[in-house]
Write a protein that binds this ligand. Structure first.
Ligand code: GMT
Length: 402
């Protein structure tokens, strides 16, 4: 198939999933066209591949535009790429504004041919941004107009129904992981670099947004240090909360126990996960928790919050331990237990790896997307043959904003 993919090209989870999906589909022989304002991060990391193309959305800036209309430039580009490369469908990651652009592109192309679009919802496009009154009506419209909608966890599917009162089908397709790439590769040099005196390592990986509650990592570290000073916290990533976390570390007297290593490429993240004794993910909200899955694949136990889709990914007491939001005392106690007990670390690590292989391996998840694509393109072809497409059903359920 010839598939267009739009995602944010940044370090965020939806961008990673969109890019990785494209790379996996190309491995399976599909021709992939990324359409965005910059190449997706993981596409840059990944090996060049004949079947992978990138189309940059360029935008005229003009003094009249206080807010340049990216949605329109993206719609134009989707339309052009779809025509020029005979795309079978386009797949939008994160609804806002991508699915609105795809809707416009489908309308624009419709005299030629029907261009189906799939929307994958990732999290804050529903739970934070999409539910804001400024975006709610257009997000609901884009969801309803999608030829197929997927969510990355059951939690997010339910949140989508609760927030938007849509009754179109929503498939849950879990995020996936390349278990060949993400596996524990012991590397003593890397471990020594992070913990030169043989300290145990707690790792955090995120975008350092407020929703990630990274200051909780510092609180947990300070509590762990009181019991076991032989510990290091490695903070991987970057974002708006970094300064606050650094300031808190100084206030709590643990600056020398924490390393902020910045944003890192995949190879380095695998190295950190292979060296780490525990991954700490104290998020306020998480629709899936890709960092937890990456840790599990690398046999690294997970301590996380019991929020959103995390319990669907991390089996509490099997692959790690889950706590209420802000329960830094509970998280610290669990970390101390895990750091002190090699057998427990290995048990949790093994279980995490087994779960990653059994439930989230690319080989298990990518075919679900392929099946969905077959479905929407078959429906699209029949609509095309009829020369028209019935307007997609609009929900009759009561709406929270009406
Ligand atoms: O950061 C992003 O690109 C999207 C982000 C979000 O804020 O919605 O991440 C979401 O998508 C990831 C990949 O599917 C999930 O692993 C994250 O749990 C999810 N984040 C939230 O729900 C807060």
């Amino acid at each position: 198939m010839r598939i267009g993919i739009t995602c944010y090209p940044s370090y965020g989870g939806s961008g990673i999933v969109g890019a990785e999906l494209g790379l996996e589909l190309a491995k399976r022989g599909h021709s992939i066209h990324f359409i965005s304002y910059a190449p997706p991060m993981r596409m840059v990391d990944g090996a060049a591949h004949d079947l992978i193309h990138f189309h940059e959305v360029k935008m005229l800036t003009y003094p009249l535009f206080e807010y340049p209309p990216y949605t329109l430039a993206l719609a134009s580009m989707i339309c052009e790429v779809a025509r020029g490369h005979s795309l079978d469908l386009v797949h939008m990651h994160y609804a806002i504004p991508h699915s609105v652009s795809a809707y416009l592109a489908r309308e624009m192309s419709k005299c030629d041919r029907y261009l189906p679009f799939v929307t994958t919802l990732h999290g804050t496009d529903i739970t934070l941004v999409g539910r804001d009154p400024s975006y709610l009506p257009i997000t609901r419209f884009a969801i309803e107009q999608s030829d197929a909608v997927t969510c990355i966890s059951e939690y997010l599917r339910d949140a989508t129904r609760d927030t938007f009162h849509v009754d179109c089908p929503i498939d849950v397709i879990y995020n996936f992981i390349d278990t060949e790439f993400y596996r524990r590769i012991p590397n003593e040099d890397a471990r020594r670099e992070l913990a030169p005196n043989g300290e145990r390592i707690i790792l955090h990986v995120s975008t350092f947004r407020p929703i990630k509650r990274i200051t909780d990592c510092i609180e947990v570290l300070a509590r762990v240090c009181r019991k076991n000073p032989e510990v290091k916290l490695v903070m991987c990533g970057d974002g708006p909360e970094r300064q606050d976390a650094e300031a808190l570390a100084a206030r709590l007297g643990v600056t020398d126990k924490v390393s902020f290593v910045g944003q890192q490429p995949q190879l380095k993240i695998r190295e950190y996960l292979s060296a780490a004794d525990v991954l700490l993910l104290p998020s306020q909200s998480e629709s899936f928790g890709l960092a937890a899955l990456e840790a599990m694949a690398c046999e690294c136990p997970v301590i996380a919050t019991r929020v959103g889709g995390i319990p669907e990914v991390v089996d509490d007491t099997e692959a790690g331990y889950l706590f209420e939001i802000g329960d830094v005392a509970g998280m610290a106690d669990a970390a101390i237990r895990i750091l002190e007990d090699k057998e427990e670390r290995e048990r949790l690590g093994r279980n995490g790896r087994d779960a990653a292989l059994a439930r989230f391996a690319s080989e298990k998840i990518i075919p679900q997307y392929e099946e969905l694509y077959r479905r929407v393109t078959t429906e699209g072809r029949s609509a095309n043959a009829e020369g028209k497409r019935e307007r997609r059903g609009v929900s009759s359920a009561p709406r929270s904003d009406e």
